[in-house]
Design a protein around this ligand. Structure first.
Ligand SMILES: [Zn+2]
Length: 260
């Protein structure tokens, strides 16, 4: 009985403290959220959209996809005045907020931008289609690493021109291209090897569906990341100022501009 009393008292004191810190309204919301499992489940699904395999959910997801019209309406070109430091590596769309660039993985972020091959305003199911749009080297440099388990290619870029100093946070970067393999056929869509030199615009692979970290994620796409390699600890950077196309805007379209 004493234990029950002590536990109740502790809970009451904790509630008072939370109330003082958050304020009564926030406390009420938090308590409600605690018991509202359905809300949590839905939020979780939003973050990991391929979690559920049920036909009805897939249909629901498809309805939430951006329409092609939306994609064109919301397209943003950051810098039209000059050639961006890096080439857009692949064409497609970014219809999921969870897979835009949101910062370091350590902070719960997504360290790059996922570009989906566009099929009528939605992604392509890897099992049905396998291979997606071509992927090009966005900078000139050399291939540092090929990791087939995730269909990854890492390219260390040649130090970028001083001209870009005012526009980008670092001139010493590496670029990462992920998921260029097919989980179902085991085909690897990587056409370069470690140590190879590549030039900006060289074909290095195709979008695929192999994802080491999230085996449920089988939509055909490219994960593209830019990292500052000035120091030993590599820092993920928002690719936006590098490629001149927003990597933080939902429904953004990625197109490779003619460089001639
Ligand atoms: Zn990604």
């Amino acid at each position: 009985m004493t234990i029950v009393f002590a536990a109740s008292l502790a809970l009451f004191v904790l509630l008072i403290i939370v109330c003082i810190v958050l304020g009564p309204q926030e406390t009420e919301k938090s308590i409600k959220a605690l018991f509202d499992f359905k809300t949590y489940k839905e939020d979780y699904k939003k973050i990991i959209p391929f979690l559920s395999k049920k036909e009805s959910d897939t249909q629901l997801d498809k309805e939430k996809e951006a329409s092609v019209l939306d994609v064109f309406d919301k397209r943003i070109i950051v810098d039209k005045s000059s050639t961006p430091a890096l080439l857009v590596p692949s064409e497609g769309i970014a219809p999921r907020s969870a897979f835009l660039f949101t910062g370091p993985l350590d902070d719960g972020g997504h360290e790059g931008i996922d570009i989906w091959t566009n099929l009528n305003g939605a992604g392509m199911d890897g099992k049905t289609y396998g291979k997606g749009n071509p992927v090009y080297a966005s900078c000139s440099g050399y291939v540092r690493k090929v990791w087939e388990d995730n269909g990854d290619v890492t390219v260390i870029c040649d130090t970028l021109d001083e001209y870009y100093k005012e526009v980008v946070p670092s001139l010493k970067i590496k670029t990462l291209y992920g998921h260029m393999a097919d989980q179902f056929s085991d085909e690897v869509y990587i056409y370069v090897h470690e140590g190879q030199r590549v030039n900006r615009g060289d074909l290095i692979g195709h979008q695929g569906n192999r994802c080491y970290w999230s085996p449920e994620n089988r939509v055909v796409h490219l994960h593209f990341g830019v990292y500052d390699i000035t120091n030993t600890k590599q820092v993920p950077l928002d690719p936006t100022p590098y490629i001149g196309v927003s990597c933080t805007t939902l429904n953004q379209e990625f197109k490779i501009e003619n460089e001639s």
